[in-house]
Write a protein that binds this ligand. Sequence first.
Ligand SMILES: [Zn+2]
Length: 132
Amino acid sequence: MEYKDLPEEIRGLMDHHGHLCFGVLLGYRACKYATDIIGISENMKVITEKGGCGNDAVSYLLNCTIENGRLVVREGKGQSWSFFNYDEDEGISLKINPVIMSQLPKDKEQAERYIMELPGNLLFMAQPFFEA
Ligand SMILES: [Zn+2]
């Protein structure tokens, strides 16, 4: 995707991450979709499995980092993001929809655009998440 086509927030995220890639965009979409549903606060925790580059989106957008203890990175079998908002006492766990991933365009730029434009409820499969 062209730099100029990107929302302001993503330009900042790109600068933070160092490059634009599929992983960081996926992390961005996961954060946005989750916080649309459970809200955003200063009191959140995120657990990712195979978050990869997307972990930088979590730290940039939600201020959840490994250093401040609010981002937990696990190896896991598949890629997932679990968000918990303590202020709202609500959590959500997201996995990428495998059907969508199987339909991903081969071209890098098209794939990035596809990820950015697809509605969150098609891109992700969501489940309630409870953090002890
Ligand atoms: Zn990256």
